[in-house]
Write a protein that binds this ligand. Sequence first.
Ligand code: ACO
Length: 713
Amino acid sequence: MSINNSLKITRLFEPRTVAVIGASSNPNKIGYTIVKNIVQGGYSGHVYPVNPKGGKILELPIYQTIDEIEGEIDVATIAIPAPFVFDVVKACAAKGVKYLSIITSGFSEVGNTEEEKQIVTYAREHGMGVLGPNIFGIYSAAVSLDATFGPGKIMAGNVAIITQSGALGIAMIGKTATEKIGLSAIVSVGNKADVDEADLLDYLTYHDGTKVILMYIEGIKQGEKFIKALKEATQKKPVVVIKSGRSKRGAVAAASHTGSLAGTDEIFDAIMRQCGVLRAESLDDAFSWAKFLADTPMPDGENTVIVTNGGGIGVMATDACEKYNVKLYDDLHTLKQIFSPVTPDFGSTKNPVDITGQAAPNDYNSALGAGLKNNEISSMIALYCETAVFDADSLSRMIKTNYANYQAGQKPIVFSILGGEAVENSITTLRKEGVPIFADVYEAVSCLGAAYKWRSYLQDYTEEVDTTAMDINAIEQIAQNALQDGRTFLLADEAQQLMAVAGLPMPQSHVAHSLDEAVRLAEKIGYPVVMKVVSRDILHKSDAGGVALDLDNKEEIIDAYQAIIQNCRAYNPQAVIQGIEVSEMVKSGTEVILGARKDGAFGPIVMFGLGGIYVEVMKDVAFRAAPLNRSEIVSMIKEIKSYPLLLGVRGEARKDIESIIDTLVKLATLIRQSKSITDIEINPLMVYEQGDGTKAVDVRVLVSNVEKGNPNG
Ligand code: ACO
């Protein structure tokens, strides 16, 4: 049973009763802290401590076993050593517990995978969901439940945190306290043996008390399920993600370009963007964004105006706006109309609006007030460099007043102020009061950038999925034939057949097994032709000298045939050469690479990039998860650095981008619908001028009987 139904997950976040198994009257034990946090947190349900020794803890009677408790138990928090957990899980099943929150360490994270599996299988078979093991527990403001062994006294609020690291999670509780960030929930998922981030999103997405979701992730187990849950969540509220582990080690062993180019982190990053997630690099950014997005109205337009009392800091903010894609309003005429009444003659009404170093609190109030009133302006950045015109009190008052005005006016504003001790103290005090104020201009602008990023995602979002009809049974048959032949890749003629079925015709091509046959085939196809070695032992044909292009007559065929055989023998003397492929010479165009594969973590993904022989050097590629629609494909195509080549440079015509999109839709359909194809890669795909289409020149297809792409591990 998979715990993916929001009605059921509600019981984890809003239990009516909680049992703590391993409740101890020893204040140094985790089992004591959990009971203490539940009691001191003011849990609205009933808590039942359980310990074979009996007695009392914090005035509560201790039950010797869970079955002694009368009535239903929604959540059992387990904090006893690993060897005793399974027996307790069985007792919980007999009691009809709905969720287990297994704090205990000592399972898959230390190699004890088998016992973890047994526990989860047993729990599922008995209708119980399992959070953890190896977690610090769950806090849920909806029922004032702090069933964690964290520091306690969690401030209730509207940010929910899901964390894979327990230790970091406990540290985050501390940080939310110092930053005065109120939490609607914090859940540690630990080993994610059953309940994972996607299950928790099922609740948090629709939980009205949660305005922003922040996640700390180390690895993804069920990518497709996670992507679906994320796409649903970001429709409702901003989701901020921090992911550690940018290692590319996992990709090294991959067998195709799509694999080796797909550093795990690049794919993760691309998919987060595709899902509208705001990915933060640091905890500081993540917390700043979460707090800002939870407390501030979203901008209803694109135009931002900077108001500053200093030129330098204004330029820094302008740079930051460029970095975080915050659009500065640039209608000089309107800016002059709005701001000249509130700017001295020696200031500037261009954006940044410079109200000069002599600006007093009232000047800020006037300038920020003018921006608030104007419908063209959707957000403001207020900057201040310490001057003698302000004292600390008037500075704080000015900022608080304008923040309140902007809140009331449903427009976002961020402040960045620079100066000495008094300014620093103001920042500390104002932040505690919830004002989005920062010493660092970039940090301030990044918050606004996060809001705009989410807004623009929502504006572009469409639920549609684009697919193409194709005879998937015929494709499976081709793949199965190769597998039955003991191969995990398709030979050239099989790949061509598959491409024809998928609606991606390739150049005419046949395999010659002798020189005479090569000449005959070339004359049948018509000059010019290309010849390529066919060998299961030579994957990179160009590197082996196994390719000859633009052959115009019989003599050139004879020379090239002999050269290919010689080169390949020298490159790999053990290689078995099955023949030489003779193909129609494709006219040159812009070379791109297209791929699709079943990724172990993320499920089906597609890749697009600059193609040809430099693909691995340039690594100018972009990724998306399938299923996807044409607008997601367009944004993937635009992401590569070489995109201008497709638009045409130095007077060249625009290339047929529509045809690239069609091909990617076909690859995405193929990789999702075929059970046996794990990787397919077209390199190069020749792209011609708009209207002239594309041509797949070479294709590589890998197949497998082991279903990939949606594993549990
Ligand atoms: N039913 C109920 N109570 C039981 C049972 C049982 N079947 N068996 C034992 N107990 C009682 C014990 O008698 C003890 O109570 P006592 O203090 O009155 O004697 C209590 O449960 C706890 O058992 P201990 O043997 O004392 O175990 P201890 O508290 O030392 O450790 C724990 C248990 C905390 C679960 C430990 O095994 C563990 O896994 N620690 C790591 C937890 C962790 O770090 N999780 C990841 C979190 S995130 C992070 O990294 C910060």
